[in-house]
Write a protein that binds this ligand. Structure first.
Ligand code: SME
Length: 166
């Protein structure tokens, strides 16, 4: 089934996330295929905000492995604790990086990336399952409204998780 999104294009990012989150919930609720849900979330975020890169890294075999994403070709594997993604995974805390050059150990998958937010994603058990990573090609391109909105969308995704699917 084709899906459509309707989000007002304004400068109010918080309002845009508030419009988008229930639409993402409607798209992924009732769909049991996790890859389909991750792919649709990445596409919905890219379509709504035009992010330079947006996608998922999932913990597999002791490291983070890239999952569905939108944007230029990315690093395939990231060690736990390395880069912004590894920091979010290992700490379980959202990482907001206004200037990637000032984040020690930032991994430059693409030289155009200037700012970044990474949100940890949790299993029902409370263990970190993976991360949602968003990159902007502008300095300070992402801020607290994005951190809050992306976290809200991650909570929507986590509601579809069961111990059997993640
Ligand atoms: N910059 C990330 C690597 C992933 S890419 O941005 C897609 C990091 O430092 O973890």
């Amino acid at each position: 089934m084709a899906e459509t999104l309707s989000v007002s294009q304004t400068t109010d990012r918080a309002a845009m996330y508030a419009e988008l989150a229930p639409q993402i919930a409607a798209i992924i609720d009732g769909e049991s295929n996790l890859t389909a849900n991750l792919a649709n979330i990445a596409a919905a975020l890219k379509q709504t905000f035009g992010f330079f890169w947006v996608g998922f890294y999932v913990a597999r075999g002791g490291e983070l492995v890239v999952g569905p994403y939108q944007g230029p070709l990315a690093c395939t594997r990231i060690a736990f604790g390395k880069g912004v993604c590894g920091a979010a995974y290992s700490s379980g805390e959202v990482q907001v990086v206004p200037d990637v050059d000032k984040f020690p150990g930032h991994i430059a998958c693409a030289s155009e990336s200037r700012s970044e937010i990474v949100v940890p994603i949790f299993k029902p058990s409370g263990e970190v399952w993976g991360v949602l990573d968003v990159d902007s090609d502008k300095l300070n391109g992402l801020g607290d409204d994005d951190a809050r909105g992306l976290t809200e969308i991650v909570r929507v995704l986590e509601k579809t998780f069961t111990e059997e699917t993640v």
